[in-house]
Each structure stands twice: as structure tokens, then as C-alpha cells.
Design a protein. Structure first.
Length: 227
């Protein structure tokens, strides 16, 4: 994530000197993993600080606990804690999902109507809804973290304008085909990261490329430390 943010920050410096100066000041990368997920960001036209998701592990389990209506009850460690704390007569009111990313590994079978069954019930929800809820969670969490750092309150115009000033990056496996990548873009639209007319502002980045960039950055930094 950090390497993609570094590259986009380099491009962002150029953008901020021209017509896009008031539009792109935040770069937020989201990694929705099979087992764990997380995000990182850089904020501010002149910032050089790259911030990863707060917490000891930097990532959290890709676990969703949904309400009956499909809205998000909780995510990650909190979802697991909440699920474990449910009484037997409460189980029918909440639905537990994990490892649902695997449904996108076969590109030919990817379509908008894929359904996934909850682990604790026969209830099914659309796969796109599950990804949408994850992206909604990180959109909210990342915005709150940036605003906390910059001292921006939620009831201000700066909070409302943040989505328009943000470039989003979503990492995906290299084996995913075009259908799966487009599926993630559609989920991002549903999650409010972008509008249907601004889908081009999302960067879909391949995970192995991020790993390769990370190795390159580490080697360059090691070389700089020796000089």
C-alpha cells in the first residue's frame, strides 16, 4: 500500500501545481484481503508522511456481521467479538460472513447477482453488498482518521468535500480478470467512494506489483543508508 501511495504522491505533486490543485489532496489505499484487510493514506498537498491503519497488526480480519436488513453491524475484530457474544435466540438477527473474497477468483463466473450464504444461517446476501460494506467501513474509518489528524470536524464543509479531493486505490490479486476488477469498481461506487461518472478516479492496483515496489523501495533505502 505504501509504495502505491508513494508513487501517487509523486504524481500528486505534479497535479497540485496545476488545475487539479484543489481536487486531489488525499490518497487512500484499501486492501480487502481474503483473511485480513487494511488501509493506508497520505494527506495534504505538501505532506510526505505515509500513515497505515492504526493498531498493533495494521490489519484486521475480513469479517462482517450484518443486520437483518443488510446494514453493517460491525467489522473485523469487533465483528468477531460481537458474534461470540450473541445469545442463542439472537443468532437469527445477525449474519456472519468471512473469506467471501474467494468468490471472485474465477473470472468467468463473476456477475452482479452472486449470492453468498452466511456462516451461521441459510440467509444469503449479494456478494457485491459484502464488498460494499467493507469499502464503506474503510471510507468512513479513513476519513475519520484523516480528519482527526487535521483537526477537521464532521459538521464542516471540509468533511463534505473530502471525497471529491480523494484519489482511491484498491488492491486486487494478479489472477483476477477484468470482470472481477470491474466488480470491485462497482462496489466502490455503491460504497460512495466515487460517483458513476467519476469511476476513473479509482486506481485498481495489482498486489504483486505492490510487493515488487516494496522490495525496490527497501533496496533503494538500504543503498541510501550506506552512502
Amino acid at each position: 500500500l505504501l509504495c502505491f501511495l508513494r508513487r501517487l504522491r509523486e504524481r500528486g505533486v505534479l497535479l497540485c501545481t496545476g488545475r487539479m490543485a484543489s481536487k486531489v489532496t488525499n490518497f487512500i489505499a484499501i486492501d480487502v484481503g481474503t483473511t485480513n484487510s487494511g488501509f493506508g493514506y497520505v494527506s495534504g498537498a505538501s505532506s510526505t508522511d505515509f500513515v497505515m491503519q492504526p493498531g498493533h497488526d495494521r490489519k484486521e480480519p475480513t469479517i462482517l456481521l450484518l443486520n437483518k436488513d443488510g446494514s453493517l453491524h460491525s467489522f473485523g475484530h469487533q465483528a468477531w467479538t460481537d458474534f461470540e457474544g450473541l445469545e442463542e435466540d439472537e443468532m437469527c438477527d445477525y449474519f456472519f460472513f468471512d473469506r467471501f473474497k474467494m468468490n471472485l477468483q474465477h473470472d468467468k463466473g463473476v456477475h452482479g447477482n452472486i449470492k453468498v450464504q452466511a456462516k451461521n444461517a441459510k440467509k444469503t446476501f449479494a456478494l457485491k453488498l459484502l464488498f460494499t460494506r467493507v469499502l464503506e467501513h474503510y471510507r468512513k474509518t479513513a476519513k475519520e482518521q484523516i480528519c482527526l489528524t487535521l483537526g477537521i470536524r464532521k459538521d464542516t464543509e471540509e468533511w463534505s468535500d473530502m471525497d471529491k479531493e480523494t484519489r482511491w486505490i484498491i488492491t486486487v490479486p494478479a489472477i483476477w480478470g477484468d470482470r472481477a476488477k470491474h466488480f470491485m469498481v462497482e462496489a466502490a461506487v455503491d460504497a460512495g467512494l466515487v460517483t458513476p461518472s467519476s469511476q476513473d478516479s479509482i486506481t485498481v492496483a495489482l498486489e504483486p506489483e505492490g510487493a515488487a515496489l516494496a522490495c525496490r523501495e527497501d533496496l533503494l533505502q538500504a543503498a541510501r543508508d550506506l552512502t
